[in-house]
Design a protein around this ligand. Structure first.
Ligand code: PMP
Length: 359
């Protein structure tokens, strides 16, 4: 081993879902929105003046923080934006989790959390979910260096209600509590109103799912101005110009189009509920997902077998070969047409395997 190798910061990276290419495939594996971004975004993109790229963008992305502040009824100094919520969450880990005591997050959750903790050398503990995949609030009523969990949780899709979140906050006035609301718009209740009462609460959301902008990389955090200032100080100590000009300008348009936002959310939620009905008829069961994905298991066929069979058919879903999750598939809600292709394939596959015979 060379001596310099000893000085390398070694990390085991997060592995994102596959991004297979091709026009025929059906991509239900990374919780993207099946609908295009708002027409206002498309219009602004076609009208964009490339001459403006000559200059650096506004490091504070003020146009976007202003629009978000207006939309969510907060002050501009309560909003932080970044390159996807991964960037915002990474900055939040670096800024707020700086204690000798372990931070806490569930054992089954967004698998990027342990990666950031390892990268930044933050000690952590991971309380187990209960047998119904729910977060047990009492596990977070003890000394710790900070708390983070998604609501709804991923990949379970389950929502924690605001009373339970309030109880966690009441037990933890001395650490920062981060709620990752990546999937909140698909039917769960946001903890945003609690930021007035709890100055240690940070809410993180993203444009990647409900606003159909995963490729633009926009995420944001809302919280007390002191939290936002602390995060901004860390960000400006690392890279001032994180958000590029197109993201700032197109992000503003996406937030403005509330009508389109509500309309596409409504479609996705309707498709999710319809999918639950026909999938149950095929022998699947799932958690009560409040997100744009289902966390589903079949009563006879192992999840891995289904995952492989779907992949051969160019239908991509997410499978986690991990204890506690390996009997489940995470299936993103696509368009009605995509879900119909999934349905036809599953009916045929289960029938061919002698598992299901349509009535
Ligand atoms: N949080 C959760 C719970 C997620 O599932 C994801 C999507 N991988 C993210 C955050 C990050 O999304 P993005 O960086 O695209 O905003």
């Amino acid at each position: 081993m060379k001596l310099w190798e000893k000085n390398i910061r070694k990390v085991v990276p997060y592995v994102p879902g596959e991004q297979p290419q091709g026009s025929r495939l059906i991509k239900l594996n990374t919780n993207e929105n099946p609908y295009p971004p708002s027409p206002l975004v498309i219009k602004a993109l076609t009208e964009m003046d490339a001459e403006a790229f000559r200059k650096y963008p506004d490091p504070a992305a003020s146009l976007l923080t202003q629009e978000l502040a207006r939309t969510y009824g907060v002050n501009q100094n309560q909003v932080f934006v970044g390159v996807g919520s991964d960037d915002v969450l990474g900055m939040a880990f670096l800024t707020f989790f700086h204690s000798e005591k372990p931070i806490l997050f569930p054992d089954i959750t967004y698998s990027f959390y342990p990666v950031w903790a390892d990268l930044f050398r933050i000690p952590y503990e991971t309380p187990a979910l209960d047998p119904d995949f729910r977060i047990r609030k009492e596990d977070y009523f003890r000394e710790n260096g900070g708390i983070i969990f998604p609501n709804p949780n991923a990949p379970t899709g389950l929502e924690m209600d605001l009373d339970e979140i309030r109880a966690i906050l009441q037990h933890n006035p001395d650490v920062v509590v981060i709620i990752d609301e990546a999937y909140i718009d698909f039917g769960a209740e946001s903890a945003l109103p609690l930021i007035e009462a709890y100055d240690n609460l940070l809410i993180v959301q993203t444009f990647s799912k409900s606003r159909a902008m995963a490729g633009m990389r926009i995420g944001f955090a809302i919280g007390n101005p002191d939290l936002i200032k602390a995060m901004s100080d860390v960000k400006y100590s690392y890279n001032s110009y994180t958000m590029n000009l197109p993201s700032i300008l197109l992000g503003v348009q996406a937030v403005r189009d509330q009508e389109y936002f509500q309309e596409t959310l409504g479609k996705i939620v309707r498709t999710r509920e319809e999918t639950k009905v026909w999938m149950s008829e095929l022998g699947f069961s799932f958690t009560d997902s409040k997100t744009n994905f289902l966390f589903a298991t079949h009563n006879q066929v192992p999840a891995e077998e289904l995952f492989e069979a779907l992949k051969r058919e160019q239908i991509y879903v997410r499978y986690f070969k991990q204890k506690g999750l390996d009997q489940y598939l995470r299936i993103t809600i696509g368009t009605d047409e995509e879900m119909a292709v999934l349905r036809r394939f599953l009916e045929r596959f289960l029938k061919d395997n002698g598992v299901f015979s349509p009535a």
